[in-house]
Design a protein around this ligand. Structure first.
Ligand code: CP
Length: 315
């Protein structure tokens, strides 16, 4: 594997999930693999789970780690080919990516969607810029369009808690006071497309995700109907894709409640707004898998870093 940029980089989901579950039983087993190797983690946006779990994953493999809040402390980057840099940007991605790569063996990048300009967000300028110019493996720690480390952790969690061969999994849009990107939902949909699951996507009209991503997905606009007999319910907000980056209507009635959840397990990537996205009674119940998901972020990241180190050392 050259990079881990999207769920499509997973070549055999069931093998990946089982290997991650094995790693979890003995996280320090490959501690010598990362010796004298360095991971650089570059954050253009805030993080709690991704930052700490990926750092921990690298330490478990014996790697050194460098972290930079590049969005706050770095130079403003330019991504245009042939750009005349006489405005805000001080450094081009061509120099930045190649320089960072000289200091490390793997670069992990977090750069969210701006939600201002669909075309520019979909070009994934930051992630693709590093992938194009760094010359070392790149890990996506959430980009404009994808959050594949989260999706892999979610796959591990579903495997650990599923009671049937083909569980019913529902991704349910949830209300939120701020417009949020589509990355978590997109990657979860892509994950479901390669999983053994009876998957339904439910959201109010107007919150359709990119149809290229939801191709062949069952979409149900009636939340109650979608949730019937669910085994796993993943609640997540996203802003409108068609009316790009906008909140169309508040739809507070879409909040996940204990009554709606029934006997299903509850999932959310976190951070979560209590009593807006989901009520306390769900989050504080034993049906909630939020801590298991967050814990599995470490083993998802560790598996990805291990695979990249293995590919690199095998040439
Ligand atoms: N789920 C997730 O990516 O959390 P952070 O934004 O805190 O990293």
């Amino acid at each position: 594997m050259k990079n881990y940029l999207t769920v499509k980089d997973i070549d055999d989901l069931s093998q990946w999930v089982n290997t991650a579950i094995d790693l979890k039983k003995d996280p320090l087993r490959f501690r010598s693999l990362g010796q004298n190797k360095t991971l650089a983690m570059l954050f253009f946006n805030s993080s709690l789970r991704t930052r700490l779990s990926t750092h921990k994953a690298a330490l478990n493999l014996g790697m050194d780690v460098m972290v930079m809040n590049i969005g706050k402390d770095g130079w403003i980057l330019d991504f245009e080919e042939g750009s005349v840099m006489d405005r805000h940007s001080a450094e081009h991605i061509k120099e930045a990516a190649q320089v960072v790569a000289q200091y490390c063996d793997i670069v992990a990048v977090r750069a969210f969607a701006s939600l201002q300009d669909k075309q520019s967000d979909e070009a994934e300028l930051v992630l693709n810029g590093f992938a194009k110019y760094a010359g070392v493996p790149i890990v996506n720690m959430e980009s404009s369009i994808h959050h594949p480390l989260q999706a892999l952790a979610d796959a591990i969690t579903i495997e650990e808690f599923r009671k049937t061969e083909t569980p019913k999994v529902v991704l349910s849009w949830a209300p939120h006071p701020r417009p949020l990107p589509h990355a978590v939902a997109n990657s979860f949909v892509e994950l479901m497309q390669i999983s053994k699951a009876d998957f339904i996507l439910t959201h109010p009209p107007g919150y359709e995700l990119n149809p290229e991503i939801t191709r062949n997905c069952r979409i149900e606009y009636d939340q109650e109907k979608a949730l019937e007999n669910a085994d796993f319910v993943y609640a997540k907000n996203w802003s409108s894709y068609q009316d790009y980056g906008r909140i169309l209507h508040k739809n507070r009635e879409w909040m996940m409640t204990e009554a709606k959840l029934g006997n299903a397990h509850f999932m959310h990537c976190l951070p979560v707004r209590r009593n807006v996205v989901v009520e306390d009674a769900v989050l504080d119940s034993n049906k909630s898998l939020i801590h298991a998901q967050a814990n599995n972020r470490t083993y998802a990241a560790q598996l990805v870093l291990k695979k990249l180190l293995d590919s690199h050392s095998n040439g």
